[in-house]
Design a protein around this ligand. Sequence first.
Ligand SMILES: NC(=O)c1ccc[n+]([C@@H]2O[C@H](COP(=O)([O-])OP(=O)(O)OC[C@H]3O[C@@H](n4cnc5c(N)ncnc54)[C@H](O)[C@@H]3O)[C@@H](O)[C@H]2O)c1
Length: 415
Amino acid sequence: MRVGVVGLGYVGLPLAVAFAAAGVEVLGVDLDEDKAEAIAAGRSYIEDVSDDALQAARPRLSVSSDYGALADVDAVLICVPTPLTSNREPDLAPLLGCARALGAVLRAGQLVVLESTTYPGTTRERVAPLLEATGLRAGVDFNLAFSPERVDPGRTDYTLANTPKVVGGLTDACGDRAEQLYRTVCAEVIRVATPEAAELTKLLENVFRAVNIALVNELALLTDRMGIDIWEVIDAASTKPYGFMRFEPGPGMGGHCLPVDPFYLSWRAREFDMAAEFIELAGKINQQMPYHCVAKLQRTLNDRGQAVRGARIALLGVSYKPGVGDVRESPALKIIKLLRELGADVVYHDPYVASLEVFAMRSEPLEQALAGADLVLIVTAHPGIDYDAIAARAACLLDLRGVVAAPGSPQVVRL
Ligand SMILES: NC(=O)c1ccc[n+]([C@@H]2O[C@H](COP(=O)([O-])OP(=O)(O)OC[C@H]3O[C@@H](n4cnc5c(N)ncnc54)[C@H](O)[C@@H]3O)[C@@H](O)[C@H]2O)c1
C-alpha cells in the first residue's frame, strides 16, 4: 500500500511518519520546499516528531512539492491549512488549491480523505466537485471521506495511535475503505454515517473547549472586580467528582484550532438562518482577554507607582501553549503589541521560540530576560521552568496562568 499525505505541518508530518513507521510507503507533498528539504535531510520542524523518528521513517517516506506522483498512491490524506480571512471568514484557498491540483492527477480506485478542520458540507460540496473535474465520480469511481485530525501538539499520553479516529464516508464503501486504512495506525476507528457528521464532530469538540474557556475567562473578569481569586474557586470546584470539568482562564486562545475553527461553523450557520450565538459570544470574550491582561498589568504597575511607559517587562512564554513553539494566533503577540504601543520595553524568554520576526525580537536567555525587570509576565508556562523561584526574586510578577504557588506574596499578582 502507498499513502500520500498533502500538507506536512503539525498534522500531516506526524501522520506521514506514523504510516511510514507502520511499514506503509508514504509520499508527502508540500508546496513549501524548505519543509521538503528539511525532511529529506532528516530534520524535523515539528516537536511531536523527533529527528530520530523522522530518520527511522525516511526509507519509506519520500517528499515532493509536485502533485504528479500522487497518481501512483492508493490513498491521499489532505492536511492543508484551513485558516480565516482577515474578515474572519473561512479561507478555503489552500484546500481548494489542493483539491484542484489533486483533481488533475486523480485516478480511478483511489481513496481521498480530508483531515483539515472545516464546516459541514465542505467534503461533499467543495472538494468532491473539484476532484470530479477528472470525469471520475466520487463514491463510484473513487472513494471520498472526511476524518478529523485530533492531534494535540506536545501531548504524549494521547497520540494518533490511541486516540479514536472518527470517519465519515461519502458512501458506506468509502467509509469502509477509510476505516481499513486508519486501522493501520489507529487502535480504534469510530464510524459516523456521513462526512458532514464527521466534520461537525470536530467542530463540536473545538467549540466545546472555546465556550468553556470563555466561561471561565468571563468569570475571571468578574472575580477581578469582586476581589475573589478565580484559581482558588476553580481548584475548589474541581474537587466535585462528577458534573464539573476543569477549564482555566488565561490571556486568550491561540493556535490554529480554537481561535479559528468555531467561526467556520458560525459562518456556515448563517446560511441556515441561524446565529451561532454561543460561538460568537465565546469568541468575543476570548478575544478580549489580552486587553484585560494588559489593563491588569497597567494597574499592577500603577499600584507600585510605576507607569508602563519605560518599564522593563520580561515576558515568559510566547507560544500559544506549553511545550510547543507554535505562535499562530498566540495571545502573547497581541500583548507584546499592546505593551509596545504603551511604551514598555518588552523582552521575552521562550525556549521553544528563538525569534519573533514580526517584532524583530529574539528570545533572551532566562537570566538575561529577568535581569532588571520591573515586572515579570507569565503568558505561557513552559515545562522545566521554576516559576516559584522566579516569583521569589522578582520585583513584581503577573501570573496569567496560575502556575505560581505563592499567591499570598505581595509581589505576585494573578489573573
Ligand atoms: N495544529 C493542530 O493542532 C491541529 C489539530 C487538529 C486539526 N488541525 C487542522 O489540520 C489542518 C492542518 O493544520 P496544521 O496545523 O497541520 O497546519 P500547518 O500550517 O502546520 O501545515 C499545513 C501544511 O500545508 C502546506 N500547504 C498549504 N497549502 C498547500 C497546498 N495547496 N498543497 C500542499 N501543501 C500545502 C503548508 O506549506 C504547510 O506545511 C487544519 O485544517 C487544522 O485546522 C490542526
